[in-house]
Structures are given as C-alpha cells and as structure tokens.
Design a protein around this ligand. Sequence first.
Ligand code: SAM
Length: 249
Amino acid sequence: MKGCASGNGPGAIAPDGSSVDLYARLPTWGEPELVHRALPPAASILELGCGAGRMTGPLVRLGHPVTAVDESPEMLARIPYTVTVRSTIEELRLPGRFDAVLLASHLINDPDRRLRVRWLTTGRRHLADGGSLLLQRLDPSWFDTPRPAYVYQDGLEIVLVEVRRPTSRQVAATIRYRLEGLVWYHRFTVERVDDADLDELLALAGLRRTEFVSADRTWVRADPLDHVGTDVPDGGAAGKSDFAATPTG
Ligand SMILES: C[S@@+](CC[C@H](N)C(=O)[O-])C[C@H]1O[C@@H](n2cnc3c(N)ncnc32)[C@H](O)[C@@H]1O
C-alpha cells in the first residue's frame, strides 16, 4: 500500500495497489497506437510506470525500443522482452536520453502534487534533443460528476463501486475488476488536473504543453521549455537514445 492507494485480489499487488495478474491480463484501448502515431518511426521510449507491459509489448511490436520502468519487480518480471529498470519514477536517473518519455495511466492525477512535479522532472531529465513527453490525464470534466459506473467488455467487468470526494478537486474510488472468474479491488485517490494546473506543473519541471494528441484532450505532448519551437530534424529523433541497456535483476 502506498499513500491513499491499496489493492487486493489474487497474485502480487504493486505498492500503488495495482494487481500484477490483472494488469498482465488487461487489454489496451488504442493507447499504444495513439502513442505510435504521435512519434517518429522507431522513436526510443522511456515508459514510466509500465506495469506488466500492457502497453510495452504493443509499442515494441510497433518498432519502438522501449525502456520500461516500474517500482514493482513482480510487474517487471512480466516484461522479459525489453530493457526494464526497477526504480521509483521520482528517483530515476539513467545515463541515456530518449526520443519520448511516456507517463500514462493517469499517474499525473496522483493527489501528491510534489510527486507529480518530480515525475515530470524525471521525464524532462531523460529527453533527448527534440524529444517529447507524452502524458495521459483523466478528463477534468469527469471530476464534476463522478458516480458509480459499470463497464463490460469481452469478459472483463469493471465496476466503480465506491466514490467519495475528500476535497472538491479529488475523488477517492474503489474499482472492482472481474475477469476469468477472478476478482480484484483497487482503491485510489485522484486529483483533477485542468489545463491551467497542467501548464503550471509542466513549467515547474521545465516543460511546456505543445499539443493535445487525442481529441478528448486527455493525451498531452509537452516539450522542454528550451526546445519549444525548434524543428525535429529529418527522420525525427529516432535512434538517438544512447542508453546502454541495464536489465533489471
Ligand atoms: C495502474 S498501473 C498501469 C501500468 C501501465 N502503465 C498500464 O497502462 O498497464 C501503474 C503502474 O505504475 C507503477 N508506479 C506507480 N507509482 C510509481 C512510482 N512512483 N515509481 C515507479 N512506478 C510506479 C505501479 O507499480 C504500476 O505498475
């Protein structure tokens, strides 16, 4: 358990409450393709909070060298096919730089604002010249009327069973996942990140929002403040990462 997050169910549970067995089974919903379209071909990616590789595998298959970072060794053990690094995002210091840094899964909505800035700073620190940070946030309007919800798709049942408002900007929720006869619970708290909040957080980390990469404005591209406006060279920033792989373990 970490902060106000926890989880339970079969198999190992990461400190943020995410179930390893669940995340190893969850499908993607177009995220790897969206990231792929937003980047130059074969752009190297540093994936922060990669989990069990739900997005990592598809991104590797789409031609991206991915360095996958997570604090949970059990999560990383599910990703034997690419470079993995066991570290917290906030403490990560790799010698290499990457064409893109990925901060997905609404990590930017963590209620700890200082941690969010540290995560963005990690992203900035690992960007190659011409590189971009891609992040995924929750739709700010969801915080207006969060309520219990039910989703069923291909045998996967996701139910938002409990919703509280610790503050006007935060939602504390419990999600129940049911899949293949197994049940997991994940309790977490998230905080609203509006455009203005996002721009402030990014600026504190030396970054600037340059575009929304999804129509619903939940996926955001941010570039280093000192590189905004500079053209990406021909062929993009692909292949510039010079990080010599240090597999976990
Ligand atoms: C909700 S899961 C999502 C995993 C993956 N991004 C996906 O889409 O399937 C969040 C992951 O981030 C990791 N995580 C959360 N906070 C972290 C931190 N401070 N440092 C490193 N990993 C972290 C957790 O261990 C977990 O594997």
